[in-house]
Ligand binder design. Structure first.
Ligand SMILES: Cc1cc2nc3c(=O)[nH]c(=O)nc-3n(C[C@H](O)[C@H](O)[C@H](O)COP(=O)(O)O)c2cc1C
Length: 322
């Protein structure tokens, strides 16, 4: 079996899969590098692409890179190899070096792994209203298992906790929207011209009418022209991703779990969009002990109309070869 790092085409295939991952504000804060003898691929955080206002600790940046790492692992797996990941190989010397990945011979992927891989280009953040259909229990169970397999926990709250969480998110959203620094940072990542990163206007989703949901408004400050309005989910379905700790290794793990959950959902035709304002608003606060774990993502689930994909940066910007 040809080693996945052996050819230029093979490496491009891996990196294409990795960069299709979701990232906060579509910042794509990652860089990949193959070592001289093409035996190790390093994943580094691109700290210049951080979001100092909403993500001063780099939590969301690590989650984004973790999501890319999950895709990279899956892309290696479908070549009949097994990824061997060393997380933070030089934590003290070079904390931005998030993972070194090798590929060793293994059995062919399971049908489940092959399907998850095939889903990578089809997964999207969907900011449209979702219909009334409930996510079936069997799919909910699969999502919980997906998170657990990556060392995280997924909780699917009932109506009362959902209403409580949405209230907290709405309050956090209002607090952020009133902050000029937040609006300025958002404006930098919602460009009004075609770019390889950031969130284009066509991905903002409609403005909520009477029945709203506290989705992040990427159109804050942008002219209203052409943006439709719509009613949002009457009975929102949320999922909450938790980790035991709240440091860089937990965030990297959470990102892999997030992506495994999102791909598992997409594979079953379930749409999803994260609602992170609660985490942004708390980003600068002191770390509190949390006996039930730390929330790393809140995800809205449901069934929405298809949405177009968002741009990605060109290869030379993300892939270095030494
Ligand atoms: C850590 C993290 C936090 C995110 N938070 C939000 C959010 O609060 N609201 C939202 O609509 N999308 C959120 N997203 C989704 C990104 O905006 C999205 O992944 C990016 O724009 C690329 O689009 P795609 O997911 O369709 O590929 C988040 C993604 C990640 C990885």
């Amino acid at each position: 079996m040809l080693h996945p790092f052996a050819t230029h085409v093979g490496v491009r295939r891996l990196v294409t899969a990795a960069v299709a991952a979701p990232s906060v504000h579509n910042t794509q804060p990652w860089r990949f590098r193959l070592d001289e003898d093409a035996s190790v691929m390093d994943l580094r955080a691109d700290l210049d692409r951080g979001l100092p206002v909403i993500d001063p600790r780099g939590r969301a940046l690590h989650l984004s890179c973790g999501a890319a790492l999950f895709n990279l692992r899956l892309a290696i797996r479908v070549t009949g190899h097994r990824p061997v990941v060393t997380a933070f190989p030089d934590a003290a010397g070079e904390p931005a070096l998030l993972a070194s990945v090798r590929a060793v011979d293994a059995a062919m992927p399971s049908p489940g792994e092959a399907e998850l891989y095939a889903t990578i280009p089809h997964r999207r953040t969907n900011r449209r209203p979702f219909g009334a259909k409930r996510v079936p229990q069997v799919v909910r169970d699969e999502l919980v298992t997906a998170a657990r397999e990556e060392g995280a926990a997924l909780s699917l709250p009932g109506p009362q906790t959902t209403a409580y969480l949405l209230g907290l998110i709405a309050a956090a959203d209002a607090q952020l929207a009133a902050d000029p620094a937040y609006r300025a940072e958002l404006a930098r990542w919602t460009p009004d011209r075609a770019r390889g990163d950031g969130i284009p206007w066509y991905a903002f989703g409609p403005r909520p009418t009477g029945r709203g949901l506290p989705l992040r408004d990427f159109g804050l400050g942008a002219p209203d022209a052409g943006r439709e309005a719509d009613d949002f989910d009457a009975r929102p379905q949320l999922a909450v991703l938790l980790t035991r700790g709240d440091g860089p290794p937990d965030w990297l793990r959470a990102g892999q779990a997030l992506q495994r959950v999102l791909l598992t959902a997409a594979r079953r035709g379930v749409s999803a969009s994260p609602l992170s304002q609660l985490l942004d608003a708390r980003a600068a606060g002191p770390a509190e002990p949390r006996p039930y774990g730390h929330i790393q993502a809140v995800i809205r689930l449901g069934y929405g109309r298809l949405v177009p994909g968002t741009p990605r940066r060109p290869f030379p910007e993300v892939l270095e070869r030494v």
